[in-house]
Design a protein around this ligand. Sequence first.
Ligand code: VG1
Ligand code: CO
Length: 544
Amino acid sequence: MSMITVSTSPFDDQKPGTSGLRKKVTVFQQAHYLENFVQSTFNALDDKKGKTIVVGGDGRFYNPEAIQVILKMAAANGFSRAIVGQHGLLSTPAASHLIRKNNAYGGLILSASHNPAGPSGDFGIKYNVSNGGPAPEMITDAIFANTKTIDHYQIAELDDIKLDVTGTTTLSEMTVDIIDPVVDYVALMAELFDFDAIRALIAQPGFSFCFDAMHAITGPYATALFQEALGASPTSIINGVPLSDFGGGHPDPNLTYAKELVDIVFADDGPQFGAASDGDGDRNMILGHQFFVTPSDSLAIIAANAHLIPAYQSGLSGIARSMPTSQAPDRVAAALNIPCHETPTGWKFFGNLLDANAATLCGEESFGTGSNHIREKDGLWAVLCWLNILAARKQSVSAIVNDHWQQYGRNYYTRHDYEAIPSDIAQKMMADVENGFSSLVGQTLANRTVRYADNFSYHDPVDHSHSSQQGLRIGFDDGARLIYRLSGTGTEGATLRVYIESYESDSAQLNIEPQTALADLIAVADELAGISSRTGRTAPTVIT
Ligand code: VG1
Ligand code: CO
């Protein structure tokens, strides 16, 4: 028998964050580190006999090594079948779809999303359950509990499997299907959208667009979709070849990190439409010519125009947004007479709502948008939503967004991130802000009255689980909000995220630059938490 049991001892830092376990590559390279986490995950699951697992990652450094370990451990833990993307590649949305399509028991996705990659960058691993979505807190808590007591793991002592050719092979008793990572995903997109209309739009002489894959996982998917299925020219995709260090870049689709795309689309002769995706393909940025669409607005506008997209023609059951996402989608939900659910940050909280058909569309302010077609956010899906809407409405991106504001009003919105601040300073700041809450209600700040100040908690209406301490929020009488959260995905010190929102319905006041429109609230946010005095930072690391 090739199965062996290896003795190990626990690591004390394997608590999954907002989206799985993320650490420096060098941390994952420690002996037994990856194995401990994988075994702890398997230990948290019921009987694996006869079950299928999907495995793939965003192609970052350490992906190939980790996949070999995971496959050998899956075989030793009794899985009967593994479905693996060729070369070990799968975007996060494609992995979610494969889990669902093949009725798999679950999947392991290897990604640290937008975090930089390479030998000195980050690596990550995340378990998804049978609905295709990230494991809910009940399971991530059980995984963490196992990491604290683990004393052995099981692995097959066999040669590595070759992952460069599609086909079926075996690893001891386990069947391994190496599949094209793109085909099933493209077929799903063709079912959801009006490809003929999008093809016609792209073929118009006056229309051009640019998609930036940021040297991460979406390159091959974008090529198959935009070029091969929809007829776009090869020059419409930039940075389309996945690299293990993402070309040294930071594949976070926002105005700061996707600067190359922004420069192209903001040039005077730039294309009418631009988009980018993140490291693992689950997030997106949408641009029109010289125009940026705020992610919260993107969700609201997709919802308001969903009837133009074949998959959503018959209506939406509801919308769900994370708490810090702006309230723009709430206004669309109210107009459509459907519920708008407010969940904590992280896609794992949308799974139950989607399964129960309580929501059709979901989104986060952090450039994540998705629907019930899978159980992850989906960057290319969002791009196709916009292309489908552009094709149907025959208007520019900026005209569609401006129309939306005229109809619903505008939720001015910005997020200020302060990266890599010392953890103790960040923790103290959050504690002090929360301690000040009792005296805050009723006070007047930035010409508004504070209506509530609390630490957000969520009661899941489907499984009745409870999640507390999900972000500090201050709500004003006019609907404006200030929110403070510490990131659960960073790997260096703490990242403070400050979310600032205010609502404007005066049709003459809808085109102000957001940092200007929100200036008074931004000043209050800094003052209340003492951000600059405590951290010495005079400006955020990133503004989105
Ligand atoms: C961030 C975003 C959150 C998103 C998460 C994972 O989390 O704020 O909205 O779900 O990243 O996305 P945090 O805890 O750092 O704020 V991804 O594309 O990194 O899997
Ligand atoms: Co991502």
